[in-house]
Design a protein around this ligand. Sequence first.
Ligand code: ARG
Length: 462
Amino acid sequence: MTASDPSFTWSGRFSEPVSDLVKRYTASVDFDRRLATQDIQGSLAHAHMLARQGILPPEDLAAIERGMAQIRDEIAAGTFVWSLDSEDVHLNIERRLTALVGDAGKRLHTGRSRNDQVATDIRLWQRDTIDTIAALIAELQRALLNLAEQHVDTPMPGFTHLQVAQPVTFGHHLMAYFEMLARDAERFADCRRRTNRLPLGAAALAGTTFPIDRESVAAELGFEGVCANSLDAVSDRDFAIEFCAAAALLMTHLSRLSEELILWMSPRVGFIDLADRFTTGSSIMPQKKNPDVPELVRGKTGRVNGHLVALLTLMKGQPLAYNKDNQEDKEPLFDTADTVIDTLRIYADMVGGIRVRAENMRDALRQGFATATDLADYLVKKGLPFRDAHEAVARAVRACETRGCDLAELPLDELCAFSPLIGDEVVEVLKIEGSLAARNHTGGTAPAAVRQAIARARERLQ
Ligand code: ARG
């Protein structure tokens, strides 16, 4: 193609075509063709408005609608010819439209620029993607709730510093992740509100001289309003950055859960088994069953965090208004969405297939003096200042360590030696079930409290 080729979009201004390398370097069609559906949707809404405003004759609108319907079919059938010569999704579709319907196709771009066009396309795409992600988060939350419900009274060690701290129930532990995901869903919903504003009408940067009606385009496309400033509308990608930030936090939560699944699945710990379909063997060590899926979730979190930093960095040096830098927003954004969507899909299924080894959880509890705090609390309730209680129990723990037993296994008379306040009823206090049941308040680990938390969570998910 040469600059004199009539199909060369800005041929009037140039005396030579770009080199092949520059063409490849500047083209985005290989990745932004993913926006084709949104591009057609936005173009049709724009054309409808132009016709309503008397800017576009009705027969041209009819031709554009006919052409776009055919283009849609061609894209769906895989027969649409994407060309690097047309640089991006917008020019590819516009050029095909013009080939199909002639001058009407050339009139579509009246009062519009690719700058407000692309910003509109991405926002439409991101809005739909958020809806997909929201549904998938809810599905994973449901899977967590189902498992938590089966284990409201399954004791396991709660850890701080990865050292056994106090007994919790496995259900309670799982509900911690439910809460994290609930906040992730809120963040995406909040981001959706700011995403759902219409840039079209901003044109290249300053608005347009045509008597457009932006509000009606916004209404047709389901936007909650229009971007209030044309320079801002075409240039900022903060909505995409917010999306990536919400995604990075979501992945961070799933990465933490993955780390736990990996630890719990280690034969040294043995708290759970993952279904075989989420693990792989080793090519050399026949005994291995590796938690590849959670490991990859942990790994892919780094990639999503990277995309967030890429977009922040992309934006930070840009003067108003549109700069071509912004074309670089798409690959990180798309990859973030793909990664999050695949991860959530796999995760809901994986959680559903967790097999819990309750005996191992209980054994681990017996080895960590998990009820030491309960003993201290017991002494405090008997009138001992907490620091003195702490001291007395610490001495008891040391004695247990020497004997190689748990607090509950120490003969009562030996235990009583650590404080005259200790009586028979301490036996109940040192039991795991007693320790759990005692933490019966909102947010606590008592089975009764966890049952209520699950019921409330189910309501929130409705
Ligand atoms: N492909 C471009 C992008 O993704 C579309 C906008 C191009 N605008 C321009 N003035 N070069 O941002």
